[in-house]
Design a protein around this ligand. Structure first.
Ligand code: ASP
Length: 319
């Protein structure tokens, strides 16, 4: 616990932001699913806040928040993730520790209920940064992870979405012209009381994606980044744009080299991608505990809390 005995001491800062993906407004979904999303985001905050408040590590807090969202069945990560064009959940995840620039990431991995835990295992193992596909599965088995059958991940809603995307593609209207999903990828960013920053992102990617397609989430500097003294970022949206614009590191570079305010840097990078045709949003925290959560899509499920800000969850707002 932090020492509160000196009333004149500066407050010990911590901050947390999470997202449950950018996309179209969840209002179009059944009420109980929207409620489940809200409860999931609240549970993710509840998992991470005590860690930060009690002097724990940002890395552990972000991993804990993402774990909760991966298990929900209503977000695009872990169980309930979107399906690729062959009908499988192929998952990407990354975790970055701003202290020492330590990274663990996995890409296009199947059968793993919590890809963020596998990313953490890659980080803790320390030899590699990113392990993909069959090799990631092998690594998981070596580290004692259980393998889940494909059915574990597949929900009726994701099957319907895939059918719609494939039908539109067959009809020649192009899958990219219809909303890619009502809610997406999950992520968390945090500043802890030691001044360390961390970021975590986990996703099933895009509905109907080609087998083996890797998005921005596990690519450091695109969908995920954490640099102590600067900021931590987790993105969501059309990953091809986040990769082409190296979105996460673009936010960090503006804060670091231009002295931009976090909020301005984050919003400007989202706007820059929007101007080029890429939709989405991001969450970011900086070394002072400021939080930014801009998005250009219709909606972005999100939540935050900090040493001086009540916990808050937003699942459906006008934009
Ligand atoms: N950014 C993710 C990807 O392209 C998808 C999403 O955020 O919904 O893999």
């Amino acid at each position: 616990m932090m020492d509160t005995s000196d009333p004149t001491a500066a407050p010990v800062r911590w901050a947390l932001a999470i997202h449950g993906g950018a996309g179209t407004r969840p209002r179009r979904l059944p009420a109980e699913e929207v409620r489940a999303m809200r409860e999931t985001l609240r549970a993710a905050l509840d998992a991470a806040i005590p860690i930060l408040r009690d002097g724990g590590r940002a890395l552990d807090a972000t991993q804990s928040a993402v774990r909760v969202m991966e298990a929900s069945g209503v977000l695009n990560a872990g169980r309930g993730a979107v399906l690729n064009q062959d009908g499988f959940a192929e998952l990407d995840a990354a975790l970055m520790d701003g202290r020492g620039r330590r990274v663990g990431a996995v890409a296009a991995v199947r059968h793993i209920a919590h890809p963020i835990d596998l990313a953490r295992a890659v980080l803790d193992h320390g030899r590699h940064v990113l392990i993909a596909g069959e090799g990631a599965r092998q690594f998981a088995v070596e580290r004692g992870f259980a393998l889940e059958p494909d059915d574990y991940f597949i929900t009726p809603r994701r099957l319907t979405e895939l059918e719609r995307v494939l039908a539109a593609r067959r009809a020649g209207s192009g899958s990219d012209s219809i909303p890619w999903h009502p809610a997406g990828t999950v992520g968390a960013v945090a500043l802890d009381t030691h001044g360390d920053l961390a970021a975590a992102t986990s996703t099933g990617g895009l509905t109907g994606k080609h087998a083996g397609r890797v998005g921005d989430s596990p690519i450091i500097g695109a969908g995920t980044i954490a640099e102590n003294g600067v900021c931590a970022v987790s993105g969501t949206g059309t990953g091809e744009f986040f990769m082409r614009f190296t979105a996460a590191s673009e936010v960090a570079a503006r804060v670091k080299f231009q002295g931009a305010r976090l909020e301005d840097a984050a919003r400007d990078v989202i706007e820059m991608m929007k101007a080029a045709g890429g939709e989405g949003g991001l969450i970011a925290v900086d070394a002072e505990g400021n939080i930014a959560m801009p998005f250009s899509s219709e909606a972005m499920l999100r939540g935050c809390a900090s040493y001086n800000r009540e916990a808050e969850v937003i699942v459906d707002d006008e934009k």
